[in-house]
Design a binder for this molecule. Structure first.
Ligand SMILES: Nc1nc2c(c(=O)[nH]1)N[C@H]1C(S)=C(S)[C@@H](COP(=O)(O)OP(=O)(O)OC[C@H]3O[C@@H](n4cnc5c(=O)[nH]c(N)nc54)[C@H](O)[C@@H]3O)O[C@H]1N2
Ligand SMILES: Nc1nc2c(c(=O)[nH]1)N[C@H]1C(S)=C(S)[C@@H](COP(=O)(O)OP(=O)(O)OC[C@H]3O[C@@H](n4cnc5c(=O)[nH]c(N)nc54)[C@H](O)[C@@H]3O)O[C@H]1N2
Ligand SMILES: [Mo]
Length: 766
């Protein structure tokens, strides 16, 4: 197979034969062809395991193969037969491993034994579990808890997450940042103010009733592919309209062939997914939605004047909302020339979208990182709720807002207390149940942690999964600082860059994955996760563990807690919890009685159970007691970015088709026609001409920032791509060193990974 980088036009549908081929090749690569195929049959089944890839909802009556191409890749990655053993570490110093790519590091396969960093040899060496716990506990007891960080990446179960937050709080800190700080935190800040719940309001059943979907900033074919099935149904059965706003034409949102439908596979038939595709400028969504709202409000004004039926849902607005008049005036006053300039979309296109919205009885709005990872990410989410409220599109079948979450249990971790914000946690309840005084001050979010590591105000970092040092901004600035930390502890399945950017004392604690059998004193254990629709499912491991020396995540958290906490910290029977996870679920139910009623009984129902959400039955838990319109100031222009429209471009950093976040499965991004390379920068052809850059020319990308730090990435090759002028696209995490830590969403602190101001310079030819 040729390994030369190759860029070509890819116009096949998402799914289809390409998908089948891709699944087969990853099973072979991970040496799990037969076993892997057998395991896949248990994926997302009521008595099987919940996929470890994305957080999209799982139906109650699953298909025979209830997985997608990328879910299959994630499974193969976890059940790989490759092993990263102590023998591997004997051969490689950490300094040598730093030169390896992320792909090469994780390709070593599953970690098998607990390890401790040995400074004399610059290697990880094996250590007994009990010794590791005791050493870590002794060090933690010496630190000020306010200088210790407990990060969680979003995959660990509700049971593990509940134990982890309790451990951190009993130890004395609310420093519980998680991956949502880099992801949907903009949503979690925006929605409580507008509709009184922090999460989406739709369920899978709603997809059967929606007649118009609005999609903003999500690459569905790659990042939540199973959602293409209900969308395909909605297109085929009801001719639902799908209106997409995305700077680039993502294949999965253009067309889809169901790889599990024999008919479509044999006939090379494909379903057109988006009926309207708007290539909005990066960061132009607030302007675009302003245009749609303006068109709707003015059409309603005319209808009222002329005595025709109203365009807006006036009864809903009157009964259920607050702030409409101010909002409507601001929309009337917005000027089309500004809207067109900021969004790069025409008035006609936006009026067309408004017309579809007005026609539909039920509208659903879905969105991803293209909305949240911006300086004005919170406002952008609130503009989407404004649009929803105009038509009363919440609290009725088929309507609502659907933030498409990332990690498979990221939403659930928040539900059970993983957050740096104490106001979101029932601290009094924890105090009463476990007889301790929980810390009440705000903890550190992800960017605060990075700043603390940089400035020397953090002493220890514990990671429950994830690849924190690689997923966060400003890597060149932070790398030397990580190595000065007194202590890092990483609970992980695969070796990654954060394990190389380790503290002076460092421990690597390998755990069972969710697909593996988790046998404890009380027998084989079940865990639970919450999906993007606030639906909670049981998940039972099925595969043989990668090594006999692995511990489960609950066992590791309990081991650390027991070694760290003193009787004065409070009382928990950690051993009993590890022996029988149903006791942890009882504890979760006692802490959140409304959300988790009869948890142990309901978790195994086919399709799981939904947490109650006030907004979905039009009960508004906001300060005004109503759903709130939020009036924007301006259209989200980022004055700090100083885009000059000439040399400074907007860089979005996104995922390719063959990665799960920092885990890169292969160097291909099939849907975008990129093969064997990730060192590319995709840009508008006119910008290339204007800047004098030729196809495949190597450039240095540098960030335009207000500080003195030089951020530069050499050697990306530019390729002409169908993307609006002034916008460029590169890969996460390779481009993360270009993102200044301070360049984050104003109110949610989510790094603004989708609009980094950059300049390009052709590299001197060798
Ligand atoms: N296979 C796979 N599945 C995953 C993941 C994975 O890495 N691999 N990651 C998981 C996680 S943690 C998350 S958070 C989700 C992420 O899933 P997404 O939310 O899809 O995140 P990205 O891959 O970053 O893609 C962002 C999309 O937004 C578009 N975009 C960028 N800027 C803008 C903008 O200004 N406006 C608009 N309208 N669009 C914009 C991009 O073109 C791209 O299509 O997926 C989850 N699922
Ligand atoms: N530039 C840029 N930066 C971004 C983003 C972007 O779009 N652009 N996206 C952001 C987003 S949305 C997110 S969510 C973050 C992701 O940030 P993280 O969640 O921190 O990173 P991941 O890459 O998902 O973590 C992968 C590692 O998790 C470990 N792991 C896998 N499975 C398990 C398990 O079952 N248990 C344990 N304990 N460990 C496990 C493995 O060792 C693996 O190496 O990145 C953010 N960073
Ligand atoms: Mo995410």
């Amino acid at each position: 197979m040729s390994k030369l980088p190759r860029i070509e036009k890819y116009d096949h549908p998402a799914g289809g034969w390409g998908s089948v081929k891709s699944v087969a090749s990853i099973l072979v690569k991970e040496h799990v062809a037969l076993n892997g195929a057998r395991i896949l049959m248990h994926q997302n089944k009521p008595d099987g395991f919940a996929c470890v890839s994305c957080s999209w909802a799982k139906p109650a009556d699953p298909h025979l193969f209830e997985f997608c191409e990328n879910g299959a890749k994630a499974t193969a990655w976890e059940v790989t037969t490759k092993r990263c053993t102590p023998g591997f570490f004997r051969h490689h110093t950490l300094a040598a491993l730093e030169a390896w790519t992320d792909f090469e590091l994780e390709s070593q396969g599953r970690l098998t034994e607990p390890m401790r960093y040995d400074a004399a040899s610059d290697r990880y060496v094996p250590i007994a579990w009990s010794e590791a716990f005791d050493e870590i506990g002794a060090q933690l007891r010496d630190f000020d808890p306010k200088r210790v960080v407990f990060y969680a990446s979003g995959r660990a179960s509700l049971e593990t997450s509940y134990m982890y937050q309790l451990f951190a709080r009993m130890y004395g800190t609310n420093n519980l940042p998680d991956s949502s700080n880099m992801c949907h935190e903009s949503t979690s800040v925006a929605l409580p103010e507008t509709i009184g719940v922090p999460v989406g309001t739709v369920t899978l059943d709603d997809f059967d009733h929606t007649d118009c979907f609005f999609f903003f900033g999500h690459n569905t074919g790659t990042n939540a592919p199973r959602m293409l099935h209900p969308l395909q149904d909605a297109r085929q059965k009801r001719n639902a309209q799908i209106i997409t706003f995305n700077p680039v034409k993502e294949r999965g949102l253009v067309s889809f062939a169901n790889p599990q439908s024999p008919g479509q596979m044999l006939s090379s038939d494909e379903t057109r997914i988006s009926t309207h595709y708007h290539q909005v400028k990066i960061g132009g969504d607030i302007a675009a939605v302003t245009g749609i709202c303006k068109a709707l409000i003015e059409a309603d004004d005319r209808a009222r004047e002329e005595g025709r039926p109203r365009v807006l849902d006036a009864a809903f607005i009157a009964e259920h909302t607050h702030g409409f008049d101010t909002f409507a005036d601001a929309m009337r006053a917005a000027n089309w020339a500004d809207i067109e300039a900021e969004s790069a979309l025409t008035r006609a296109a936006l009026e067309g979208a408004a017309a579809e919205y007005a026609k539909a009885k039920a509208v659903m709005i879905l969105f991803g990182m293209g909305i949240t990872q911006h300086r004005e990410g919170v406002l952008a989410v609130q503009m989407l709720t404004n649009l929803m409220l105009l038509g009363g599109n919440i609290g009725k079948p088929g309507a609502g807002i659907c933030p498409i979450r990332g990690h498979s249990n990221v939403q659930g971790q928040r539900t059970v207390g993983i957050t740096e914000k104490p106001a979101l946690v029932p601290l009094d309840k924890l105090a009463e149940l476990y007889r301790f005084e929980p810390p009440r001050d705000e903890g550190m979010a992800t960017v605060d942690v990075c700043a603390g590591v940089r400035d020397g105000t953090v002493d220890a970092f514990l990671g429950l999964g994830g690849n924190f040092a690689r997923a966060t901004p400003d890597q060149d600035v932070l790398a030397p600082a990580w190595k000065k930390l007194p202590l890092t502890v990483q609970i992980a399945t695969h070796l990654n860059r954060s394990h190389l950017l380790h503290g002076r004392a460092a421990y690597l604690l390998p755990c069972l994955g969710r697909i593996e059998v988790d046998r404890q004193a009380g027998g084989a254990q079940i865990v639970t996760v919450e999906d993007s629709t606030a639906c909670i499912h049981a998940s039972q491991g099925f595969a043989t563990p990668a090594s006999e020396r692995l511990l489960s995540e609950p066992a590791i958290v309990a081991g650390l807690a027991k070694a760290t906490l003193t009787p004065a910290s409070g009382s928990v029977d950690w051993d009993a919890w590890v022996g029988d996870y149903s006791l942890v679920r009882e504890a979760i139910e006692r802490t959140y009685p409304d959300q988790f009623k009869d948890f142990n009984q309901r978790m195994s129902r086919p399709g799981g159970f939904h947490r109650p959400l006030a907004a979905s039955h039009r009960e508004w838990k906001t300060k005004t007691g109503k759903a709130n319109f939020i009036t924007p100031e301006g259209m989200g222009e980022d004055l700090d970015m100083r885009f000059d429209g000439e040399r400074t471009l907007r860089l979005m950093t996104t995922r390719g088709d063959s990665q799960f976040n920092t885990t890169v499965y292969s160097l291909d991004d099939r849907f975008r026609g990129i093969f064997n390379t990730r060192q590319v920068l995709l840009m508008n052809r006119d910008d290339m001409t204007r800047l004098g850059l030729a196809e495949d020319e190597a450039v240095t990308v540098s960030t335009v920032a207000n500080d003195d730090v030089e951020r530069k990435l050499d050697g990306l090759r530019v390729h002409a791509f169908d993307i609006p002028a002034g916008c460029v696209m590169g890969y996460y995490p390779e481009c993360n060193l270009l993102i200044p830590l301070a360049h984050h969403a104003k109110r949610s602190k989510v790094p603004a990974a989708k609009a980094v101001p950059v300049r390009l310079q052709a590299m001197a030819k060798a």
